[in-house]
Design a protein around this ligand. Structure first.
Ligand SMILES: *[C@@H]1O[C@H](CO)[C@@H](O)[C@H](O)[C@H]1NC(C)=O
Ligand SMILES: *[C@@H]1O[C@H](CO)[C@@H](O)[C@H](O)[C@H]1NC(C)=O
Ligand SMILES: *[C@@H]1O[C@H](CO)[C@@H](O)[C@H](O)[C@H]1NC(C)=O
Length: 288
């Protein structure tokens, strides 16, 4: 019997400690069921139709902040409640966070039951975040800097204005540089009262070949030009490789086939390499 009692009290203490732990560790925000922004107004509902003879109390946490008995205001100001007895909270500051609870007592001594209370948290709206880029050897890290904003709310990433990965909601997003050369990243920081989205940024670890400093109308001709140049260079390279390959083949193969060489070369030349490949000739021949 004694042991059972001891165990029971130990269990009680354990539960009590556990409760304390949760209350402390969950912080203020987890306890809220209503959020409002600093500087805004909030009205706490009263789910009761007041009669003139009723007495109305509003509590903030354990403290009576408003008391009116049959139309006579004893605590607080007349303006603190509206005509229906709802509590008006104006110009909210963080110290107005707390549990607000009404109590209504009737003339006959009974009181209204089950009047809902709210646990209000007043939060600053989030600041507009900024994405910064840091470069590693092969990786780029995008960091969403949300300033003083509440830290506990998830960050949403956008890549080229499309939703980023759902499972990555941290401040940092790491990617191989080569995968995101021209991608624009932005982040959305939100808390229960507001959300802000950053300007999009691109990696600057590897300078992109077509920087976006010019507008679209300028860039398109520039890019087209660059594209054509690239194509020409590519063709030249392909030509050179082909030519070298042919030369090597000729050298390695039996001299028997050598008399075909001239004919073959002419054929290839006429199809693939008009004058553009002329420069390759010297280099190719010299090397082998
Ligand atoms: C909040 O209430 C006050 C007083 O009723 C009013 O002057 C003010 O405009 C309200 N503010 C907002 C943001 O609604
Ligand atoms: C997110 O999910 C993808 C695919 O499901 C996975 O490859 C990646 O490692 C995940 N990232 C994190 C940070 O969990
Ligand atoms: C940012 O995230 C919040 C919270 O999820 C959402 O309400 C808001 O619409 C988002 N903003 C944009 C621009 O997507």
């Amino acid at each position: 019997m004694r042991i059972v009692k001891k165990m029971a009290s130990a269990a009680t203490i354990a539960v009590f400690l556990l409760c304390c732990y949760f209350i402390v560790s969950s912080g203020s925000q987890a306890d809220c069921n209503v959020y409002a922004a600093t500087g805004s107004n909030f009205t706490v509902q009263l789910k009761h139709v007041l009669k003139d003879s009723d007495s109305l109390r509003w509590f903030k946490n354990k403290k009576v902040i408003f008391l009116r008995k049959s139309k006579l205001v004893i605590r607080g100001k007349n303006d603190d409640v509206d005509s229906n007895g709802k509590l008006k909270l104006t110009q909210l500051t963080k110290d107005k966070s707390g549990r607000y609870r009404p109590e209504v007592h009737r003339e006959d001594g009974t009181s209204a039951v089950d009047l809902p209370s709210v646990r209000l948290c007043v939060l600053d709206p989030v600041q507009k975040p900024k994405v910064t880029v840091t470069c590693d050897k092969t990786k780029v890290t995008f960091t969403c800097d949300a300033g003083q904003s509440e830290k506990n709310f998830p960050i949403k990433w956008f890549m080229d204005n499309k939703n980023g990965p759902e499972n990555e909601t941290g401040k940092e997003l790491k990617r191989p540089v080569k995968d995101v050369l021209n991608a624009r990243f932005s982040c959305n920081v939100s808390n229960p009262v507001s959300s802000e989205i950053s300007q999009p940024v691109q990696q600057d670890c590897i300078k992109s070949s077509f920087p976006d400093i010019c507008g679209i109308d300028v860039c398109i001709p520039v890019r087209t030009g660059a594209g054509i140049l690239l194509l020409v260079i590519l063709i030249v390279i392909v030509c050179c490789i082909q030519r070298k390959a042919n030369l090597i083949k000729d050298k390695v193969e039996l001299p028997l086939r050598k008399h075909h060489h001239h004919h073959q070369k002419q054929l290839v030349g006429s199809v693939l390499e008009p004058d553009i490949c002329a420069d390759c000739d010297l280099e190719g021949d010299n090397r082998i």
